[in-house]
Design a protein. Structure first.
Length: 431
């Protein structure tokens, strides 16, 4: 039996993940896929669609639906987390929390990302505890945002549970760069022939190399990118000689992003709510057995590819290089060994082994260090309910409030999400 549990199985991303498992059956012979969610209505709609998808392919594996987390995890070889505490209304609240205070409101960066992490970390640590009891030896593959920050919490507070954080962004830029290289070379390139050189934190990385069959192609690829992009100003890219992750725009072009927020509604959460309403209506169609084209509007390109490739590499002991979030453990000289970073790593049955990586330039490291300090304080606050640590995290965040604004922002954050932050409101705590 090869059992995979998906916590947050009612996500609209789930059908894409199911397609990934169907496509990889010859090398990853899954027998049981357990979809668990706390929302029975979404689980029935999404899970019912997943069952029809698998049945249409001859039922090569069984799809189980459950509201019981421990039942889903019991005996699993892999546990994937793709949950959102508070669902989409909480994401919308994160966005408008930032907007109210003239700060970035976004689900992984700034005060919105911090609010999401505070809600999410205790839930994921609870999942790790269930793995410890019900599926010792299983690999926890976390897709839940903020992925790197959640993985930092797992490595520090559940080190005995094998875990790795994954994001689709590195694979997405890799495929984009391969497309540019294919145009330059006039030939198609299988993705497995190429490896992306990238380093940083989740949603805070810089890409600095792309090898093809071991040969460095970066000068050629970088020049092609310069001619075919409109995300960055030429001066920034010329200075860096690297391609920043898209989310670095929140740090490099903060004023522009704040101006964009002033045009809301709709915020991204409000856009996604409309997209998901349409998707769930489609998923409920009893005649539908293939994911609808509108799924691409949801975002998350290559999600199923990234997920199933990693599980396949681990299951089959391939030693493939994947960009993941894990402890860097000396792979980057001079950086603290226990930092969780996003970097290339070998994936095999032995675990996730980071590949040696060159340190970032000083200007990039200075930003990364500040964000890592914010992450560590956020983990401490999420686990302990320590309001002082939460206040320090806000002050450490480069996108956080001014010192004389921080307490008001924290009070607003905790009040806005009180239902999902019991650790800050327990008896004996102020407020």
């Amino acid at each position: 039996m090869l059992k995979v549990a998906v916590i947050g199985g009612g996500s609209t991303y789930t059908p894409e993940l199911v397609n990934g498992f169907i496509a990889r059956l010859t090398s990853f012979p899954i027998t049981d896929l357990w979809l668990m969610d706390i929302d029975p209505d979404r689980l029935n709609v999404v899970g019912g669609f997943a069952q029809r998808m698998v049945a249409a392919k001859g039922a090569p594996f069984q799809v189980h639906l459950t509201l019981d987390q421990r039942a889903a995890i019991s005996g699993a070889s892999y546990v994937c987390t793709q949950l959102r505490v508070g669902q989409m209304p909480a994401r919308k609240a994160d966005e408008y929390l930032g907007r109210r205070h003239g700060l970035i409101g976004q689900e992984t960066t700034g005060v919105g990302g911090m609010a999401k992490a505070l809600r999410t970390i205790p839930v994921v640590l609870n999942i790790a505890n269930d793995i410890r009891q019900m599926a010792p030896g299983a690999l926890l593959v976390n897709f839940t945002n903020p992925s790197g920050l959640v993985t930092e919490a797992l490595k520090r507070h559940a080190p005995d549970v094998a875990s790795v954080g994954v994001c689709n962004a590195p694979y997405t830029i890799k495929m984009r760069l391969l497309g540019l290289l294919e145009a330059e070379l006039g030939q198609s390139i299988a993705p497995e022939r190429a490896e992306l050189k990238t380093l940083g934190l989740n949603h805070l990385t810089w890409h600095s190399g792309l090898t093809l069959d071991g040969e460095e192609m970066w000068p050629r690829v970088f020049q092609a990118y310069l001619k075919n992009q409109d995300e960055w100003d030429a001066e920034t890219l010329a200075r860096l000689r690297m391609i920043p992750n898209y989310y670095l725009q929140y740090f490099y072009y903060t004023a522009h992003k704040l101006a964009d927020q002033e045009q809301w509604p709709p915020s991204r959460a409000e856009q996604v709510q409309a997209i998901e309403a349409d998707l769930l209506r489609d998923y409920a169609n009893p005649a539908l057995t293939e994911p609808p084209a509108d799924l691409m509007k949801r975002g998350g390109a290559y999600y199923s590819t990234v997920a199933t490739q990693l599980l396949n590499a681990h299951f089959n002991d391939l030693g493939e290089t994947h960009v993941v979030n894990t402890r860097q453990d000396g792979a980057v000289p001079g950086y603290p060994d226990d930092w969780v970073m996003e970097l290339p790593a070998a994936v095999s049955r032995a675990g996730i082994q980071p590949r040696p990586s060159e340190p970032l330039p000083a200007e990039c490291f200075d930003l990364l260090k500040r964000v890592k300090e914010y992450e560590l304080l956020t983990v401490q606050a999420a686990v302990s309910g320590d309001r002082q640590a939460a206040l320090q995290a806000l002050l450490a965040n480069p996108l956080g409030p001014a010192p004389d604004q921080a307490q008001a922002v924290l009070d607003d954050l905790l009040a806005t999400h009180r239902a999902y932050l019991p650790q800050f409101w327990m008896k004996g705590k102020p407020g």
